[in-house]
Design a protein around this ligand. Structure first.
Ligand SMILES: *Cc1c(COP(=O)(O)O)cnc(C)c1O
Length: 421
């Protein structure tokens, strides 16, 4: 167990040593290791303060200024601030900032805009899609008829002809774009043309590239998408949860009712306060520079890996995220992810498109530059990280080598401290 941290993170936890020690341990893990998991990032003290605030005590239901319970003046002001900032950041007219998670944002939109049994055309998880887009293990997979599109075997990118022909054949009520392991920019305009041809709504889930959209570094889903969803804690570097964004006022009641009471109860007001704080930060000029660095660092990591003989799915990345194919190396993502963890590098195993291996031991690794960039790593650090990853892929079983890298990782992290000031 770790020593309990003295200072900011232990204030108020003195009476609960077991919990304080575990939180200190997690803080040390984040400080001393390199986070490359694409669904993670590091938030600011401001976001931590807002999310850890007394707003957790306040129960509200419904929308700002139209609550069921009284005493909601400050809660209304906070949620209205989050909504206004979300709309300003993404250049849209309406936002719902209540979804407890990205999955809830998606489920709420489906519930509000679709009828039971309607057809949804979404990306196959095996090709890089997200489970909340209708995977059979989820309620969305049970309540709707799901048709899946994948990627082209040759380019490993979306095949717009395939999507168009599936749309013509199955006449979906909604087409969903975006995934959790798709490293390339998406042509929203082309998808909207397909949606219009068959009378479908287009929903874009931009969880992994929302920060880039906000700062003009990725094609914008608006005006093409009817509705956009995102998580707030990946590329947006914010409090944990989801958002829904749209422009057409005639969709407002259905979307808002889909979230509450459709899939959620009362609002997590402390998290909405955290979202307001992080959306405020995303509107500051520094967020553009951060996202520019995310893209440059991802490129540096991708080139460093490719230069050492590792194959990237689709040959590279247009966002912060990339997928390494380990099949040519005769190993799998589970083995390498475990070895990398021992070396102080957190990544996740991931299926690659047309993966010959099972999901439990898939052929790929998913990496992202989000969190490393947030702590200040630049191109040189990501080039070094590429070297470490390539070395571990070659010899995942060599414990002495892993220990040597772990020491170097700690040294690099010490030069880029987090939550110290
Ligand atoms: C991460 C992610 C989600 C789900 O987020 P949760 O907060 O875990 O529910 C939804 N969609 C996409 C594309 C994601 O990457």
């Amino acid at each position: 167990m770790y020593e309990v941290e003295k200072g900011y993170f232990s204030v108020g936890l003195e009476g609960d040593p077991a919990l304080a020690a575990a939180i200190s341990g997690e803080l040390a893990r984040q400080r001393d290791g390199i986070e490359l998991i694409a669904s993670e990032n590091l938030v600011s003290r401001r976001v931590l303060a807002a999310q850890g605030s007394v707003l957790t005590n306040k129960t509200v239901e419904g929308l700002p200024y139209r609550r069921y319970y009284g005493g909601a003046d400050y809660a209304d002001a906070i949620e209205a601030l989050a909504v206004e900032r979300a709309c300003r950041l993404f250049g849209c007219r309406f936002a719902n900032v209540q979804p407890h998670s990205g999955s809830n944002a998606n489920a709420g939109v489906f519930l509000g805009l679709l009828k039971l049994g309607d057809t949804i055309l979404s990306m196959d998880v095996a090709a890089g899609g997200h489970i909340s887009h209708g995977h059979p293990a989820t309620l969305t997979g049970r309540d709707y008829r799901i048709v899946r599109y994948g990627v082209s075997r040759r380019t490993e990118r979306l095949d717009l002809d395939e999507i168009a022909s599936l749309a013509r054949e199955h006449r979906p009520k909604m087409i969903v774009a975006g995934g959790s392991a798709y490293p390339r920019a998406i042509d929203f305009e082309a998808l909207r043309r397909i949606a219009d041809e068959v009378g479908a709504l287009l929903m874009v889930d931009m969880a992994h590239f929302a920060g880039l959209v906000a700062t003009g570094l990725h094609p914008h889903p608006f005006p093409h998408a009817h509705v956009v969803t995102t998580t707030t804690y990946k590329s947006l570097r914010g409090a944990r949860g989801g958002l829904v964004l749209w422009n057409d006022e005639s969709l407002s009641d259905r979307i808002n009712h889909g979230i509450f009471p459709g899939v959620q109860g009362s609002v997590m007001m402390h998290v909405v306060a955290g979202k307001a704080a992080s959306l405020g930060e995303a509107l500051e000029p520094g967020f553009g520079a951060y996202n520019q660095a995310v893209v440059e660092n991802a490129r540096s990591l991708a080139e460093g890996l490719a230069g050492r003989g590792l194959r990237l799915v689709s040959g590279g990345t247009d966002c912060g995220l990339m997928l390494v194919d380990l099949t040519p190396k005769g190993t799998d993502g589970g083995t390498v992810a475990k070895a990398l963890e021992a070396a102080g590098l957190a990544v996740n195993k991931n299926q690659i498109p047309f993966d010959p291996k099972p999901p439990e031991a898939p052929s790929g690794l998913r990496l992202s530059s989000n969190a490393g960039t947030a702590r200040g790593f630049g191109k040189a650090e990501f080039e070094t990280i590429a070297g470490w990853i390539a070395a571990v892929v070659e010899a995942p079983g060599e414990t002495a080598g892993l220990a040597r890298i772990a020491t170097e990782v700690r040294e690099m992290c010490a030069g880029f401290p987090i939550y110290r000031d």
